[in-house]
Design a protein around this ligand. Sequence first.
Ligand code: DAK
Length: 258
Amino acid sequence: MTEEALILSETDRHVGIIRLNRPKVLNALNPQLMTQLAEQMETFDGDDAIHVILLAGSERAWAAGADIGDMAECSTLQMYQRDQFATWDRFKRIKKPIVAAVSGYALGGGCELMMLCDVVIASETAQIGQPEINIGVMPGAGGTQRLTRAVGKATAMDVILTGRFLSAKEALAAGLISRVVPKEHYFTEALRVAHAMAAKGPIALRLAKDAVLKAFETTLSEGLEYERKLFYMLFSTEDQKEGMRAFMEKRKPKFKGK
Ligand code: DAK
């Protein structure tokens, strides 16, 4: 029996596109989907032709959370033995930038997945939240930590303790997402942004992502030291020479990822 395609993937020049594909349950994230997603992410991450990954849901839902039906009757031991966090942890190791094209619901694990992406382009219809409190639990895949770092204590407590959804406008003002666009254009705009990023030097892209993420893990002095080392490192690449020479020669750079 062929495995159901819980995700769909394609490439568009240097952008690897992945779409979540469980429309009947608003892209609820079950373990099988998460495994397929992690595998595809790693495939794109290891493919030199791909510079940026674009992750999308559907117009109605980016993802309405982890699959509640899948967890409802689990005991602590079963949850522990399943060790599903191991799959989620694979996302943290993706080195290439990930653009999220978010429309409709981004809830619970859906919000947590969105926060693992690097640039979030959202439709004005997006509704973002951590409503786990409504079903007797709390965020478990980073919600209390990443949301709080992104929006601060006051908004994080409001969202996590009441289960209310943020509108796209509120999420933008809170610093949770990068841009809000009209619903008709959210995917094309996200793709446009992904292509714009994919035209930059691939090594600089990866190292810049790495350095920004370091800011959440370390002190300012250590982060600055880390940034400096990566900055120096780029001077050993052909892309740095090409980028700076192209500027001096008033032409577009041709980056090679070397
Ligand atoms: N899981 C399973 N099915 C879901 C779902 C979900 N999270 N969200 C929606 N669905 C299903 C609905 O059951 C319904 O199925 P049918 O009844 O048609 O069979 C279908 O999608 C359409 O949903 P509705 O009929 O409810 O549509 P509405 O427009 O009326 O409402 C809604 C949309 C998004 C407001 C509502 O569906 C809703 O409240 N959904 C649940 C949202 C939620 O509570 N999300 C947080 C789930 S907990 C972990 C990692 C992460 C997590 C846990 C563990 N590990 C690594 C271990 C994360 C946990 C969560 O996300």
